[in-house]
Design a protein around this ligand. Structure first.
Ligand SMILES: NC(=O)C1=CN([C@@H]2O[C@H](COP(=O)(O)OP(=O)(O)OC[C@H]3O[C@@H](n4cnc5c(N)ncnc54)[C@H](O)[C@@H]3O)[C@@H](O)[C@H]2O)C=CC1
Ligand SMILES: O=C(CO)[C@H](O)[C@H](O)COP(=O)(O)O
Length: 313
């Protein structure tokens, strides 16, 4: 079928390519003119035959909002907008309502598969009404991986992105577990072949998984990850998962800790740990480490004078 793809970056570019290989007629638009088939969203809309289907694959938040606002002005009754980016499910409900005023249908579609999706297919999690999702099935069938899995019509508008949000929360927790296991193996001198241990786990173990495969791939490139800083960004999904857990009073200790571990990774020093160090020194006369890195002032500083807080002297 014919479809417009907006946002031709790491995801949208490969998705457009997979759709073309699957026989679909794709018209692509991106801010970057060199990768774009058309010069503007208006031109994209003019190139599509009604009823039009347009897939938005740009960063969540402002870029998605601006694109959907403009599509609302350009599209006509009976057309369909799919948001495949990692948008917050709360935004979907607003977008669907705004577009519905003009008779335009909306489907949110969480996409998983990353830069490997072109070859492996993309797992898709959709939210929207049954008729619209069914109309888009030829596109979903081409994008999804081969086999019976990799696609779900999860519920009404918002359900697709809610499912993707929880998927990403699980992703946070799984990655953090592999990360902590790796750090412990590296820190101890007991296991001599850490990379080899991870590689051996790829077959037969309870923890074999694609994330494990990818970790081994990263270790093959750089066995001790010496070329990387321990600094991890986040783009929203983990935060929204934790916020939803609070809204529903669901305990999410693993995913929350994984999110907070990323925040901690961005600190040069820990303000909170300064407080812990200061208080240990206050109540127990325990040693502290100065901002310059020297250890002193405290009973457990090797060879240091015991200097309890003044009032305790
Ligand atoms: N990279 C990944 O592993 C995954 C990303 N996503 C989501 O897919 C969406 C796209 O991600 P990526 O392709 O990785 O990002 P990207 O940064 O590689 O590509 C985004 C593209 O959108 C274009 N763009 C931005 N604003 C635009 C606008 N207003 N109009 C037209 N084009 C615009 C940019 O020029 C860029 O080419 C995001 O919402 C992301 O969260 C979803 C699943 C996996
Ligand atoms: O959706 C994805 C994978 O499933 C994207 O890669 C997403 O960016 C990952 O989340 P974060 O950037 O917060 O680590």
């Amino acid at each position: 079928m014919q479809i417009g793809m907006i946002g031709l970056g790491k995801m949208g570019g490969n998705m457009a390519e997979r759709l073309r290989r699957g026989g679909h007629d794709v018209v692509g638009y991106d801010h970057h003119r060199e990768v774009s088939d058309v010069g503007s969203l208006k031109e994209l809309v003019e190139r599509l035959e009604a009823p039009r289907a347009v897939w938005v694959m740009v960063p969540a938040g402002k870029p998605t909002q601006q694109t959907i606002d403009e599509l609302g002005r350009l599209l006509s009754e009976g057309d369909i907008v799919v948001d495949g980016g990692n948008s917050h499910y709360i935004d979907d409900q607003k977008h669907a309502a705004e577009l519905a005023e003009k008779g335009i249908s909306f489907v949110d579609c969480g996409v998983s598969g990353g830069v490997w999706g072109l070859q492996n297919g993309y797992a898709l999690m959709c939210g929207g009404d049954k008729a619209t999702v069914e109309h888009l099935m030829p596109v979903f069938e081409t994008l999804k991986p081969e086999g019976e899995n990799g696609f779900v019509h999860a519920g009404d508008v918002g359900a697709g992105h809610f499912a993707k949000m929880v998927h990403n929360g699980i992703e946070y927790g799984m990655m953090q577990a592999f990360a902590e296991g790796w750090e412990l193996l590296e820190a101890s001198d007991v296991v001599k072949d850490v990379r080899g241990s991870f590689a051996s786990w790829r077959d037969g173990t309870v923890i074999r998984s694609w994330l494990l495969d990818l970790l081994v791939r990263a270790l093959d490139d750089d066995e001790n990850l010496a070329n990387l800083r321990g600094y991890a960004q986040d783009s929203g999904e983990g935060r929204w998962t934790v916020q939803a857990a609070v809204d529903h009073a669901v305990p999410l200790p693993v995913i929350t800790a994984a999110l907070f571990a990323r925040f901690a990774s961005r600190q040069e020093d820990s303000p909170a740990m300064k407080v812990v160090a200061a208080l240990r020194n206050q109540f127990g006369g325990h040693a502290v480490t100065s901002a310059e890195g020297s250890t002193g002032k405290g009973a457990d500083a090797p060879g240091a004078d015991v200097t309890p807080p003044r009032e305790a002297q």
